[in-house]
Write a protein that binds this ligand. Structure first.
Ligand code: SAM
Length: 271
């Protein structure tokens, strides 16, 4: 009989944030595949669990997932954990999960902490719909594309960021966010947990003194929502009120609607 692959969420700081089912599963599995075995050992020691650990991280995901699949096909039960939170969410996991599904091996989620969800629910921003973008890419072109996506986002945006890169990311966001609300969630579930619901300028002023793990929750772009709802005529009148020239209005509307400038020009020829 084939084994089972358990995807086990672990705490994101406070060691008490682990479910009874997660602890029982960690005790029952034959092997624990861990992103960082030393980190997982601390958790296991805290709960007096002794288990065979193997490392499974970004740089060996390909080969280690093959090894794990072999063990699963032999009938072993494997628990997959990352350093913190939910595996597969900006953490290793995807690869072995995909391969397990291809082999018809049962994949079982053991729910628990996930940093982005906890940052979102206490941000005070819209939680009905959201876009999780993980970490912004470092590659210039890809980063620009993601920033554009954030600029036009019609849903709340969630970003992970490493502490030492947060200043740079806030600087990149400054130009595109204008007066949109932003919440920086820091050190969730730990002693210094805090939610900074401030303007981006205020955050930039404080960032050098902020330590620990951080997440950004960004309000959806109200402008985009408005533009989608406005007719072309209403959009024209809106820009006219703002004092833009006819030519500039036409260029702006064409760009925003991704339409040919001449088409818009024809519509407003008589205006
Ligand atoms: N798999 C994890 C999860 O379920 O949230 C995320 C892992 S990702 C490699 C690490 C990033 O998550 C950090 O850079 C930070 O943005 C965020 N993060 C993790 N723990 C956090 C915490 N306690 N407080 C704030 N942010 C945290």
């Amino acid at each position: 009989m084939k084994g089972k692959l358990y995807i086990i969420a672990t705490p994101i700081g406070n060691l008490e944030d682990i479910t009874l089912r997660a602890l029982n599963t960690l005790k029952e599995v034959d092997i624990i595949a861990a992103e960082d075995t030393r980190q997982t050992l601390k958790l296991l020691n805290h709960y007096n669990i002794s288990k065979h650990l193997i490392s499974y991280h970004r740089h060996n995901e390909d080969t280690k997932s093959d090894y794990l699949i072999e063990k699963l096909l032999e009938g072993q039960k494997i628990g997959l954990v990352s350093d913190a939170g939910t595996p597969g969410i900006s953490d290793p996991g995807e690869e072995v999960i995909k391969k397990a599904i291809e082999e018809n091996i049962e994949v079982i989620p053991i729910p628990g902490a996930c940093a982005m969800i906890n940052a979102l629910i206490c941000s005070g921003l819209d939680t009905k719909e959201f876009t999780f973008l993980g970490f912004l890419p470092l590659n210039k072109k890809l980063r620009k594309e993601k920033l554009k996506e954030i600029e036009n986002a019609t849903k709340t945006v969630i970003l992970y960021e490493a502490p030492h890169k947060m200043k740079n990311t806030l600087q990149d966001l400054k130009d595109i966010l204008k007066n949109r609300k932003i919440c920086l969630a820091r050190e969730l579930t730990k002693i210094h947990e805090e939610f900074l619901r401030k303007s981006i300028d205020e955050l930039l002023g404080e960032i050098d003194n902020l330590k620990g793990e951080m997440i950004l929750i960004i309000e959806a772009s109200q402008n985009v929502k408005q533009e989608v709802e406005l007719t072309i005529e209403e959009q024209y009148d809106e820009y006219k009120k703002q004092g833009l020239s006819k030519n500039d209005i036409i260029k702006k509307i064409a760009k925003e609607r991704n339409t040919n400038k001449n088409e818009i020009y024809q519509m407003f020829l008589k205006k």
